[in-house]
Design a binder for this molecule. Structure first.
Ligand code: NAD
Length: 492
């Protein structure tokens, strides 16, 4: 029997004996006393396990396992308390943490970094774990959502603290502890948030290390975490490489993978509304969102009107020469696999940068505060095919809705992530929904409407696409267990 299982079984036996009024055979250590403030008196998270921040991946996993055992003893009330702590702190620290994350990553926009933390309150908590019950002639049956234990979560550079915070809410509401491996370029801000969350969790519940993180994440720490025996489930949020790596670990993985969301605009849509929504979604956090509008296909009969409406709302149109200059600045090529066709490589210096920075690379000055650039391209343009994550949208004219749906399907690469339509024709909506079969399908709104911002629904920053769990919520991080009592219990 593994050491992890042994400690868990010992806990259960001790608890049952205690309830029966017998002396427990083994007494698990009481919850650790709140850690003392760092000796230096500063607020910086300390290495080596202080407030959940660890140098060593194995130590972070072992500590999270201990945190899980402590949480188990305190029940659902403690989970709800942790959820409340995370939501309150994310809101209260949104301005400071947003600034710190932007300073570290240098991608995205401050206003939206702040907003992404303020809306953590929209992530669902313990209320999502209502059991399923049946009673009948043969007794009663209860299906309950129970925790896995320790969940390992891998977070992206594009929204480090928001993803981490949303993951904690979901994962702890489900009764688990969590160990994080953040993106190396967004790891300091992630560690800072983990330390703050743990400080408050310790103070309010006495539970230590419910949330842990590796201070300097690497591929090796990823491997160590994924192979640690206490880690029962993975939640990865990122691009194709990490999804592939997670699926090769042999552990169950919930994968929130890449997207390249197409937008289709037909001739029944309201052009003003479509233009407004495309700018709102495509410019959000400089288009870092995986759900963000990345390319637009528009019926040729309304293309000029759509682009005019976008210009009226402050988006700036690039001409052919400017597009060419921007394309050369943003994409380089490397040799293809096995000597195949050269493959495009994104110049990271432009990811998540402000529109005026892109405009400069295109050889044009645009007013400060410009949110979005766009240009007409063909459907095979690199900006259409690549998930570029910058506030520039390629606009492609199509002759028919069928052609637009087909082009959207190709551009989406079968990620099955997100697609958007602006239309008042239900048949067009249904045709696109069927053809692309994406996890999120938004009609007549910006992408964020799909996450409860301006549309109905709840929020998560981890949208499990290749593995199919969809917008993650507390149930995503549970096992379903059935308890059956066979008896004459029906009273009606
Ligand atoms: P990224 O893939 O570079 O990194 C994501 C995380 O994976 C980081 O923690 C990184 O260190 C780790 N990682 C990367 N390659 C790895 C490997 N081979 N082995 C182990 N770990 C590895 O992505 P990013 O630039 O930080 O984020 C943007 C990407 O994430 C985009 O593709 C975007 O669509 C996607 N994303 C998806 C969602 C979603 O909910 N589906 C949410 C946010 C971002």
């Amino acid at each position: 029997m593994s050491a992890v299982n042994e400690t868990l079984i010992r806990d259960v036996v001790a608890e049952v004996l205690a309830r029966l009024g017998q002396a427990p055979a083994h007494k698990s250590p009481a919850p650790a006393a709140p850690a003392a403030a760092p000796a230096c008196g500063c607020d910086r998270p300390q290495a080596g396990g202080r407030y959940g921040v660890f140098q060593d991946a194995n130590a972070a996993c072992a500590a999270a396992h201990e945190g899980f055992r402590q949480l188990r003893k305190q029940g659902v009330e403690a989970r709800a308390k942790v959820v409340e702590i995370v939501k309150t702190l994310a809101d209260a620290n949104a301005t400071e943490w947003g600034r710190i994350e932007l300073e570290e990553t240098k991608i995205g926009r401050l206003d939206h970094k702040i907003e992404k933390l303020k809306i953590i309150k929209l992530v669902p908590g313990v209320e999502w774990l209502n059991p399923y019950a049946r009673s009948g002639d043969h007794g009663i049956t209860l299906e309950e959502y129970t925790p896995f234990g320790v969940v390992a979560a891998i977070t992206p550079s594009t929204h480090s603290i928001p993803t981490l915070s949303g993951n904690i809410v979901n994962i702890v509401a489900a009764g688990n502890a969590v160990v994080f491996n953040a993106h190396p370029s967004a790891a300091k801000c992630a560690a800072l948030a983990v330390a703050e969350y743990n400080r408050a969790i310790e103070r309010e519940t006495g539970i230590t290390n419910l949330v842990t993180i590796v201070e300097q994440p690497t591929l090796d720490s990823f491997k160590a975490i994924c192979s640690h025996e206490a880690v029962r489930l993975l939640c990865v949020t990122g691009g194709p490489a990490v999804v592939k790596a997670a699926m090769q670990t042999g552990k169950r993985a919930i994968c929130a993978g890449p997207g390249n969301p197409p937008v289709l605009v037909d001739d029944t849509a309201c052009m003003k509304r479509a233009a407004q929504a495309i700018i709102q979604g495509g410019a959000y956090d400089n288009n870092l969102l995986c759900i963000g509008e990345k390319e637009v296909f528009v019926l040729e009969t309304v293309a000029d009107e759509l682009m005019a409406q976008m210009e009226q709302r402050g988006a700036v149109r690039l001409n052919g020469n400017q597009l060419e200059r921007l394309t050369k600045a943003v994409f380089t090529f490397k040799e293809g696999h096995g000597g195949g066709c050269p493959e495009p490589v994104l110049n990271k210096a432009f990811i998540g940068k402000d529109a005026p920075v892109l405009a400069q690379a295109a050889g044009v000055n645009v007013p400060a505060g410009t949110q979005l650039l766009f240009a007409e391209t063909d459907k095979d343009h690199l900006f259409v095919k690549e998930e570029q994550m910058m506030p520039f949208l390629p606009i492609v004219r199509v002759k028919s809705v069928e052609e637009g749906i087909q082009a959207s399907y190709v551009a989406e690469h079968e990620y099955k992530h997100t697609s958007i339509i602006h239309s008042h024709d239900v048949e067009h909506m249904t045709a696109m929904a069927r053809a692309l079969d994406t996890t999120l399908f938004v009609k007549n709104g910006p992408c964020m409407a799909g996450l409860g911002l301006g549309g109905e629904g709840y929020l998560s920053f981890s949208i499990a696409t290749p593995t199919g769990e969809g917008i993650t919520n507390p149930r995503t991080f549970t096992r379903v267990r059935r308890c059956v009592m066979v008896d004459n219990l029906r009273i009606y």
